[in-house]
Write a protein that binds this ligand. Structure first.
Ligand code: ECB
Length: 134
């Protein structure tokens, strides 16, 4: 039985989000707003199919994918770049590789105790987010 990420999750910490946004080329004014946000994630996991909706008072972002199936990701409302993404299991971690203009881009989700962890990577920057169940 794989891990089940399903649920509604609220952000409780967000380390080096600034560095990650700078690496993505997000402008100063947008970064100032984005840093203040406390996004919520709604995750629906059904077998190998995932739906992840990240919402905030400023912008929303939703993603649907199947494990192992590459898809075109349009990072609309984020950095607006397109990339080719694929998500796989690495033991109990969900690992996404986002191939495109930015080197070393991707993210990893895992559960630790009652918390949902997310590492966001771009170039030489790593942002670490932790969420608690709503
Ligand atoms: C959608 C809430 C955050 C909105 C921030 C707005 C502007 C900042 C622009 C770019 C920053 C890059 C990413 C924002 C961080 C989180 C949004 C979703 C990150 C993500 O890819 O989550 C994955 C894994 O849960 C699923 O899409």
């Amino acid at each position: 039985m794989p891990v089940d990420f399903s649920g509604t999750w609220n952000l409780i910490s967000n380390d080096n989000f600034e560095g990650y946004m700078v690496a993505l080329g997000i402008d100063f004014a947008t970064r100032k707003i984005a840093k203040m946000l406390k996004p919520q994630k709604v995750i629906k996991q059904d077998g190998d199919s995932f739906y992840i909706h990240t919402t905030s008072t400023f912008r929303d972002y939703s993603l649907q994918f199947k494990i192992g199936e590459e898809f075109e990701e349009d990072n609309k409302g984020l950095d607006n770049r397109k990339c080719k993404s694929v998500v796989t299991w690495e033991n109990d971690k969900l690992v996404c590789v986002q191939t495109g203009e930015k080197k070393n881009r991707g993210w990893t989700h895992w559960l630790e105790g009652d918390d949902l962890h997310l590492e966001l990577r771009c170039e030489n920057q790593v942002c670490k987010q932790v969420f608690k169940r709503a």
